[in-house]
Design a protein around this ligand. Structure first.
Ligand code: ATP
Ligand code: MG
Length: 276
């Protein structure tokens, strides 16, 4: 089970998931660790943003550590929203987003991690995976795109892949943004109703929605099988966007605090230098 990064303040801002958990029973509107109101969550998020910006500036300047953030959710679950809202204000020089869509022919003709590895963060970088190698045990499993005999081995591969990244100096944090099926219906309808968001409506999402229960099982198994100290999963109730953003921000800031990046010591003595 993942270490609770908010333990120091006595708060846990995510939902524990184990082999006995049914994700169908998890409340997407829950607000664990935040008993207050939306307005104070938004205020706290802004305070934390200042700290995130400062920590990321140090990570970039130090250029010795790297952070991988994995985002997974059902369609409309808020991955794009988290990227837009949580990371707004950080220096784009040090932050990249890698998006994993349906694999190309070239990708399909290799192993499933082939397309993933080139996108992992370099020293000083934060990389956000918008979807990830987990699709290969989620959409692939639910739609039987490869036989079970193949996908069931992948949890092992993924554990080892992430352990290798961690052993080699990458900090990993993984978020599953959990919305309810009813909330997805509302969000899909909102896309249909708003001319400025109709472009986001994808009929493919309706097909996947039919498999909701199978997805909940696949997510639960992925989380339970790959939740490691070196690559923890955080299940964030995400029906309420203000809560989702606060919780993700909270965990990111605490993760970066633990990494404790520092501005490099100057290699020169400024007192000895005169700019002419
Ligand atoms: P948005 O929320 O903006 O719609 P999205 O993440 O759904 O963003 P899309 O381009 O609409 O992005 O969809 C990507 C699609 O690619 C998803 O349906 C996802 O399940 C699928 N996909 C990703 N990886 C794989 C994979 N390895 N095999 C099969 N399908 C995949
Ligand atoms: Mg989509």
């Amino acid at each position: 089970m993942a270490k609770d990064p908010t333990a120091s303040s006595g708060k846990r801002c995510w939902l524990p998931v184990d082999a006995d958990t049914s994700l169908l029973a998890l409340d997407g509107s829950a607000t664990p660790g935040f008993p207050g109101e939306e307005a104070s969550a938004r205020e706290q998020t802004e305070v934390l943003r200042t700290e995130l910006v400062e920590l990321q500036a140090r990570l970039y300047a130090e250029s010795r550590q790297r952070l991988l953030v994995v985002l997974q959710a059902m369609d409309t679950g808020g991955k794009d929203g988290v990227i837009r809202k949580v990371f707004s204000g950080v220096n784009p020089l040090g932050v990249k987003v890698a998006r994993f869509e349906r694999p190309t022919e070239a990708e399909l003709s290799r192993d499933y991690l082939w397309r993933v590895h080139p996108h992992v963060p370099a020293n000083g970088e934060i990389v956000i995976f918008n979807r990830s190698h987990y699709e290969d045990v989620l959409v692939v499993r639910v739609n039987a795109l490869v036989p079970k005999a193949r996908w069931k081995l992948r949890y092992d591969h993924i554990r080892e892949f992430e352990r290798m990244l961690a052993d080699e100096g990458t900090t990993i944090v993984k978020f599953y943004l959990h919305i309810d099926r009813d909330e997805q219906a509302r969000r899909l309808q909102a896309r249909l109703d708003d001319p400025q968001r109709q472009w986001k409506f994808d009929p493919h999402d309706l097909e996947q929605r039919k498999h909701w229960n199978a997805y909940m099982l696949a997510f639960r198994d992925a989380i339970v099988q790959t939740d490691r100290k070196c690559a923890p999963w955080y299940t964030i109730p995400a029906n309420r966007k203000w809560y989702r953003d606060w919780a993700v921000m909270n965990i990111l800031v605490r993760t970066l605090r633990d990494m404790n990046p520092r501005f490099p010591a100057p290699t020169i003595d400024p007192a000895t230098i005169t700019i002419t």
